[in-house]
Design a protein around this ligand. Structure first.
Ligand code: ADP
Length: 400
């Protein structure tokens, strides 16, 4: 079966067509600037020349139409007819407490995703628009929702209840949900397979370090604790997000700078993190380059980021009974897969736990590999993530 995977952002739509007979990628692409001047589709059928299509796209429905046209195009397409698409898998950011697993989308599911808009006002609405557009254009094809939060629904209350009055949880469902679940789950499955263990036997600390970053303690193959919270703002400092800080700072800044809730939310989500500290960029490559040229604030941003990762790993090690129980520390996503210096700096700072990197093994990008030294107490893995494949696998499982 061929499965189309869709990931809708507020003005973007990413897609992949995957042949599930061999899990091979057939085509992929990205639609940018939907509803904005200068819309553009970048389409690639594997083995054929890339195609860029420009022209105003007013909404996600129009974007999806061009994507489907591209997939069946005689010259640069991947399939002969849309009938070849067996199912569509959608990435949905927030499933709240309603979804601990992926589901086939029906009216009840749509109601629940709509109910959770409150918890993810920036993310769930475009996901819903993407699903509605697919339902209209492909009415006979089954649609599946795969939630970023689902993997973390196994966390115990010990790790998801905030120290607020309990009524805040009861009345408004304020709790830790966690994100990047599809990625943490994918690398957990891969690490288990590399270790020759069944998934429910593996204990890991998985580090998804990209533009957005989160760390998860995985116990027996399940999420036990994770660094992101009610929203994807908590935990590590990120490209533009603060991560953890004293919650009193929000009110303080609003008062001092005369900011509204919307303005302060914008400041802590879009102007902070390593961008805010360095003043250079939100992109780690730019920051590494600036630091190498002697920019002290860029270096400080990197140091703060790496130190935060170390402190999370250190604190998550306390969730296990002994170091022997921990099968691995896993790095993934843009930074985790590609930046050997980030990986080395993080691991070198964990010497108190006896974790050691092998510099030669670590001297690579984007490979699935063990990069720890022979005598390291805990193995260190690099595993390139593949959220789209995970979504396609869940989709196939549900529709077959
Ligand atoms: P997202 O999917 O959250 O947008 P990614 O997982 O693609 O993000 O990660 C993007 C981040 O990874 C960027 O900050 C980018 O600079 C960083 N990155 C990618 N390649 C490298 C590299 N070779 N060295 C350092 N950082 C890298």
């Amino acid at each position: 079966m061929k499965i189309l995977v869709i990931n809708c952002g507020s003005s973007s739509l990413k897609y992949q067509l995957i042949n599930m007979e061999n899990e091979e990628l057939m085509a992929k692409g990205l639609v940018e600037r939907i509803g904005i001047e200068g819309s553009r589709v970048k389409h690639e059928t594997i083995g054929k020349e890339k195609k860029v299509i420009e022209g105003k796209l007013n909404d996600h429905g129009e974007a999806l139409k061009i994507v489907l046209d591209s997939l069946v195009d005689e010259e640069y397409g991947a399939i002969a007819s849309l009938d070849e698409i067996g199912a569509v898998g959608h990435r949905v950011v927030h499933g709240g407490e309603d979804f601990a697993e992926s589901v086939i989308i029906d009216d009840k599911v749509m109601d629940a995703i709509n109910r959770n808009i409150d918890l993810a006002p920036l993310h769930n609405p475009p996901n819903i628009i993407g699903i509605e557009a697919c339902k209209k254009i492909l009415p006979n094809v089954k649609q599946v929702a795969v939630f970023d939060t689902a993997f973390h629904q196994t966390m115990p209350a010990l790790n998801y209840i905030y120290a607020l009055p309990y009524e805040e949880y009861e009345n408004h469902k304020i709790r830790r949900y966690g994100f990047h679940g599809t990625s943490h789950k994918y690398i957990t499955d891969r690490a288990a397979s590399m270790l020759g263990k069944s998934v429910d036997e593996v204990n890991l600390i998985t580090c998804h370090l990209g533009n957005g970053s989160s760390i998860t303690a995985v116990k027996g193959g399940k999420s036990y604790d994770t660094s992101m919270g009610l929203t994807p703002l908590e935990g590590l400092p990120m490209g533009t997000r603060t991560g953890n800080m004293d919650p009193a700072i929000v009110g303080f800044i609003m008062d001092k700078d005369g900011l509204s809730i919307e303005e302060v939310n914008n400041l802590i989500n879009k102007q902070s993190g390593v961008l805010g500290i360095s003043g250079v960029s939100s992109d780690f490559r730019d920051i590494e380059e600036a630091a190498e040229k002697g920019n002290e604030r860029a270096q400080l941003a990197l140091d703060i980021f790496e130190n935060s990762v170390r402190k999370f790993i250190g604190s998550y090690l306390t969730e296990f009974d002994s170091l022997d129980e921990v099968d691995g520390i896993v790095f993934t996503a843009g930074l985790g897969e590609n930046s050997k210096s980030t990986r080395a700096n993080i691991i070198n700072g964990l010497s108190a736990f006896g974790v050691k990197i092998d510099d030669e093994a670590n001297d690579m990008r984007g490979e699935e590999k063990i990069v720890s030294a022979e005598d390291s107490t805990i193995r260190v893995f690099v595993i390139p993530t593949n959220e789209e494949l995970m979504i396609a696998r869940d989709t196939l499982e549900l529709v077959k």
